[in-house]
Design a protein around this ligand. Structure first.
Ligand SMILES: Nc1ncnc2c1ncn2[C@@H]1O[C@H](COP(=O)(O)OP(=O)(O)O)[C@@H](O)[C@H]1O
Ligand SMILES: [Mg+2]
Length: 306
């Protein structure tokens, strides 16, 4: 089967600023693929190249088997896009927003109406259908933008930071919805700076920083490969250099970040035998996650940059 997306050495410069540097990845049909990185990493630029809003400076890009340089019109007709800024039309109500969009794609009016009603119901927006977009909450607007992206039944859903800025409850609702789409084998590419979002939804994740792809694999593989399994966070205060040299002597992998040491262990036993040596010092033990992978590969933490 043709890959949903193939990017080969894809790059984008804006007036001398390199937003995306030679990134390569492939997205398989039915996959939920994540691009994870902090603000300014190049996520939206990558997405915009996929949905034809930005022309690549270098490299090759194929979407649903079509060349993004020459066939962007056909690509646009086959993909559903939820941009980072919703871009809903504030002059119209929820139902009209969906119907207008459907008309751009040439969906016949009666089919568009039925689909819009169905999507509004799925998105728990039926009661809002005659409300103007301006009157909707942030979560409702985002759900409407997702519905709009699906009105022409696209083969690939492109979601740029679909839950950024939403409260936890609204975010959870959308995660649940995406999990249902995943169960239906809908092909999705989403960007996020939420480690939890990537971990929960994505089959594979491309971690990017400053336009560079740090690595690309499943969340579990990334954690296993770069961190192991367990982390001990040590608040070492004035004894940081002592603990750094101790960790080095013990050949324990670690990162130093904002007055904390993050020590990485392949398993619980290794972690336990280390913490036996920790006395009169504050520490926390926990499972390794994608934030640790980012910290190790980028040298700084994604938390706080979000
Ligand atoms: N149209 C543009 N013109 C100039 N610079 C841009 C433009 N769009 C993005 N950039 C720059 O490219 C880099 C990556 O931006 P972006 O892709 O929006 O990152 P992200 O979505 O990961 O936050 C940033 O430094 C940003 O300022
Ligand atoms: Mg962005």
């Amino acid at each position: 089967m043709t890959n949903a997306v193939v990017a080969q050495n894809l790059a984008k410069d804006f007036d001398g600023i390199t937003a995306v540097k030679n990134i390569s990845f492939e997205i398989k049909p039915g996959e939920c693929f994540g691009i994870l990185g902090p603000n300014g990493a190049g996520k939206s630029t990558t997405m915009k190249m996929i949905y034809g809003h930005v022309v690549p400076t270098k490299g090759d890009l194929f979407v649903l088997g079509l060349n993004a340089r020459t066939d962007i019109k056909r690509i646009k007709s086959k993909i559903g896009v939820v941009p980072q800024e919703d871009g809903l039309d504030v002059d119209f109500n929820s139902l009209e927003n969906l119907q207008i969009f459907a008309s751009y794609y040439g969906v016949p009016r009666d089919i568009a109406k039925a689909r819009a009603e169905h999507l509004l119901s799925e998105m728990k927006l039926s009661e809002q259908k005659f409300r103007h977009v301006e009157a909707l909450s942030g979560g409702m607007k985002r759900r409407l933008a997702i519905a709009r992206g699906m009105i022409h039944q696209p083969e690939l859903l492109v979601l740029d930071e679909p839950t950024t800025g939403l409260d936890p409850q609204a975010r959870l609702w959308i995660w649940n919805y995406f999990e249902n789409l995943k169960a239906q084998k809908k092909t999705m590419i989403l960007t996020t700076h939420y480690m939890e979002e990537a971990e929960r939804l994505c089959d594979r994740v491309a971690m990017i920083d400053q336009g560079v792809m740090l690595d690309c694999a499943s969340p579990a593989e990334l954690v296993k490969k770069h961190i192991g399994a367990e982390v001990v966070e040590i608040s070492s205060g004035s004894e940081t250099s002592y603990w750094k040299s101790k960790l080095s002597t013990l050949k324990i992998d670690f990162q130093d970040h904002e007055n904390k040491l993050f020590a990485f262990f392949p398993n619980v036993q290794a972690r336990q035998s280390f913490i036996m040596q920790l006395q009169n010092i504050h520490y926390v033990t926990r499972l390794a996650n994608l934030n640790d992978v980012f910290l190790k590969l980028a040298g700084y933490s994604m938390r706080g940059d979000a």
